[in-house]
Design a protein around this ligand. Structure first.
Ligand code: ATP
Length: 513
């Protein structure tokens, strides 16, 4: 199946099974804003818990906060967001569609990469075992031509972005590369303009002279402006970290790919404060720690890669993304940045307050350097959905749709199903739930055949189902079915808790880190 079709299926699966709904749907929706349904919210909460516990529970020197969405507007001056949190946009005059100029060019670079990959795949198929990829890449005329064009474009693009960006040059690149609007198919482009991504609103009544405030575009600044409060009240010693989960808002120009790029989304950020000079060592360590966190979910190591940034933000001295293989290619899920002392120094300058750290061991004061790990909850959610969605052909010729969610993240851990709706089986099933509901999320279902009920649970990723049958009333045993293997085993009710809890708990997942 084409990857595009897979993605469409995942999007409709999310809606059909109560994971994600378009916001304000009965009013035809609101661009790039989504709501999480009954299963979505559970999965999302589990992702947040997995992240929070891996940070705050497993590290003595990391604590959490929850700062407000509204902050003093000068914070966004100091952080550079008022002046520089812009995207270069361009419109197509025929389709009236708006695009990010940088994204159009990056897509064009990706097209050259795809062409090269296709040539390589074709040759690999043709030559079989005798194929030498390295030799092919360095000698094949067509590959060399694509590579040369790609590199030249990449170089030109990097220079344009580093020069401000140079908006005219970005437009010229789009024209020279003959990039067309995917909707109208024309090259009738406007000028490129800068567009600030922050949403603003007013605080206080207008009669009093209302103050323009912003909806935060990242949670990080709430950590920076509280860094000294936490350090002092928590008697934290450097190195230490502050973690936060919260909403962020960006007026994205082009909202694409479902919950990949939203206008209201959630971030999980951790800022780690270190001694100047040690930051690159810590950067390396956090890069590894974070990748381990992702890989522990079991989707396969080939689903992840680092993308080290060549073009660094002016305040960063190292940056990398962790990318996940979505149906539409490898995409950023998390950013890890070495932000130097830029943010704290800026806040010191703009607020006029001394926010230096006094190191009791060396008797010196300094502005700490910061390593940031920043991950979008929604993007993580999407990557998990993409990694889990599976259509399987069964021996009887039927197809089942199953979400192979990591058990610890699954919305429902156990479904309890009475074989029939009579003979005391429903009551027995309820008894089991009443016992287990304190330990994990259980669901009761008595409607339709057992087969159909299994399918419904497969579709929402429930790792275990138990069936209560007539024998259960005598032997106090149930049939336990595993979602992935579909194997069934007979187990005593008294052991259910012990068997399941361990396999579905976030604690067990954390222990694998
Ligand atoms: P992109 O290049 O995709 O716009 P970014 O580099 O601007 O992302 P950061 O500012 O580093 O992103 O934000 C950290 C994380 O927040 C990202 O890795 C992503 O998971 C998430 N994120 C950022 N913007 C959005 C958005 N519009 N919708 C959903 N998640 C987002």
């Amino acid at each position: 199946m084409a990857q595009e079709d897979v993605f469409k299926k995942i999007v409709s699966h999310c809606k059909e099974y109560g994971f994600v709904f378009p916001s304000s749907e009965i009013y035809d929706g609101l661009g790039a804003v989504y709501d999480y349904g009954q299963n979505g919210v559970e999965l999302k909460n589990n992702i947040k818990q997995y992240w929070w516990q891996s940070m705050v529970l497993l590290h003595e020197n990391i604590v959490g906060i929850d700062s407000a969405i509204f902050m003093h507007p000068t914070i966004w001056k100091a952080s550079g967001h008022v002046d520089a949190f812009n995207d270069p946009l361009i419109d197509n005059r025929d389709s009236k569609k708006r695009y990010r100029a940088d994204v159009l060019i990056e897509d064009q670079i990706a097209k050259y990469d795809e062409k090269i990959a296709k040539e390589v795949a074709k040759a690999a198929k043709k030559y079989g075992d005798a194929f030498n990829e390295e030799e092919f890449r360095t000698t094949n005329a067509r590959v060399l031509e694509h590579q040369q064009k790609r590199d030249a474009l990449h170089e030109r693009y990097t220079q344009a972005m580093n020069a401000g960006p140079d908006l005219q040059e970005l437009r010229q690149i789009i024209l020279d590369e003959e990039i067309v609007c995917p909707i109208s198919g024309t090259r009738n482009w406007t000028e490129v303009r800068q567009f600030n991504l922050m949403f603003s609103t007013e605080m206080g009544s207008t009669a009093d002279g209302a103050m323009k405030v912003y909806l935060r575009p990242e949670t990080a600044q709430g950590i920076f402006v509280n860094y000294l409060n936490v350090q002092k009240t928590g008697r934290m010693k450097i190195p230490f970290g502050i973690a936060q989960i919260g909403k962020a808002f960006r007026n994205e120009i082009v909202a694409r790919q479902f919950i990949f790029r939203m206008r209201e989304f959630e971030q999980m950020e951790m800022q780690f404060f270190v001694k100047p000079g040690t930051e690159l060592e810590w950067f390396k360590q956090w890069k590894e720690t974070r990748l381990r966190w992702h890989k522990a979910l079991g989707f396969g190591d080939d689903h992840y890669r680092y993308h080290d940034h060549e073009k660094l933000a002016h305040y960063a001295n190292a940056a990398t993304d962790i990318e996940f293989l979505m149906p539409f290619g490898f995409k950023e899920v998390e950013g890890i940045h070495s932000r130097t002392n830029f943010d704290l120094s800026q806040h010191e300058k703009f607020s006029g307050k001394n926010i230096k750290y006094f190191d009791p061991e060396t008797n010196e004061s300094y502005t700490p350097y910061v390593i940031e790990t920043s991950i979008g909850v929604d993007r993580m959610f999407l990557s998990i959905m993409c990694g889990s969605y599976c259509e399987e052909k069964l021996e009887n010729g039927e197809t089942r749709v199953v979400l192979k969610l990591p058990a610890a993240l699954a919305p429902v851990k156990l479904a309890v199903l009475p074989l029939v709706k009579k003979d005391g089986l429903p009551e027995k099933a309820r008894e089991i739930i009443d016992e287990l509901k304190f330990h994990f999320n259980c669901q009761y279902d008595e409607k339709d055949s057992i087969g159909k009920r299994y399918r419904r649970q497969d579709a929402i990723g429930t790792p275990y189902c138990v069936t209560v049958d007539h024998d259960t009333l005598n032997d106090n045993c149930v049939t336990l079915r595993n979602r992935d293997t579909m194997q069934q085993e007979r187990v005593p009710i008294s052991e259910l808790d012990h068997i399941i809890a361990d396999r579905v708990s976030i604690t067990s997942l954390l222990k694998t880190l």
